[in-house]
Design a protein around this ligand. Structure first.
Ligand code: NAP
Length: 258
């Protein structure tokens, strides 16, 4: 699908899924803002890569959990790339803990990015989109938010359940203004996020286990998610809203029925 003339902002695009999504939207013709929190060099190389391929991109540092920084980033995109038409709320943290190891600061840090960040970005992007009567917002939820059984993910799952319900509520609020809001709920995708905090042995073990409990017999690749996001971000997807699209290779480890 063609995204010529569109302007996209992808939060957390310095690595992992955000990087693959930014690359894909640029390949389809969108001008792209590569947002990052700390990895300036990685964001800069992606901008160079997009420019080398004939596309337009800028890198913008902003902590999405800080309302003022989120707002300033949307202004910068409108000024430098053109009015924002696609927002991908991808930035996220996966802090693993149990009832025994829970601590308020860890939870607060994760919630601030995963939930508050999505709210701030949506509020400010929606102003531009409402004025123009057009917009596509795609949020990164997770199958953890549906109730999968991976140990240590309880609090992360709670933030992602919030992402899924906010997707539906924001879709209802913004639908009358030509703005669709959907989410993609990835399964286990090979990025640094799922490597962080695990030894190489633990990582190998979990990759094998996740492959076995997926119907297609493998873990996901960033491109699997980027394709789904690009589909929902396209002008042709305007009759799809308030949906959470699961992209997990058919995972079979759910806690129970609900
Ligand atoms: P990742 O490799 O850890 O990358 C996270 C990105 O988010 C980085 O670019 C990071 O920026 C950015 N970021 C973190 N906090 C931020 C903040 N406050 N403001 C702006 N940017 C911030 O993660 P990933 O695996 O690509 O995951 C991307 C999204 O998909 C997350 O929302 C995650 O929850 C969701 N997801 C992932 C999986 C999976 O299996 N990988 C599964 C389900 C859902 P810097 O690097 O510059 O600090």
């Amino acid at each position: 699908m063609n995204l010529d003339g569109q302007t996209a902002l992808v939060t957390g695009a310095s690595r992992g899924l955000g990087r693959a999504i930014a690359r894909q939207l640029a390949a389809q013709g969108a001008a792209v803002c590569v947002n990052y929190a700390t990895r300036a060099a990685e964001a800069a190389t992606l901008v160079e890569e997009i420019a080398a391929g004939g596309g337009r991109a800028i890198a913008v540092a902003a902590d999405v959990g800080d309302a003022a920084q989120a707002e300033a980033m949307v202004h910068r995109v409108n000024d430098d790339l053109g009015p924002l038409t696609i927002l991908v709320n991808n930035a996220g943290l996966a802090w693993r803990a149990t009832l025994e190891t829970f601590d308020v600061a860890g939870m607060e840090r994760m919630r601030r990015t995963n939930v508050d960040g999505l709210i701030h970005m949506t509020r400010f992007a929606a102003r531009t989109m409402r004025e123009r009567g057009y917009g596509r917002i795609v949020n990164l939820s997770s199958i953890a938010g549906h109730g999968t059984a991976l140990p240590g993910n309880a609090f992360y799952a709670a933030t992602k359940a919030a992402v899924s319900v906010l997707t539906k509520r924001f879709a209802m609020e913004l639908g009358p203004f030509g703005v669709t809001v959907n989410a993609v709920a990835p399964g286990f995708i090979l990025t640094d996020m799922v490597k962080d905090g695990r030894t190489p042995e633990e990582y190998d073990r979990i990759v094998n286990k996740m492959s076995e409990i997926s119907m297609v017999g493998r873990t996901g690749k960033p491109g699997d998610i980027a394709n789904a996001v690009a589909f929902l971000a396209a002008p042709e997807s305007g009759f799809i809203t308030a949906q959470v699209l699961t992209v997990d290779g058919g995972r079979m480890d759910y806690i129970g029925h609900s």
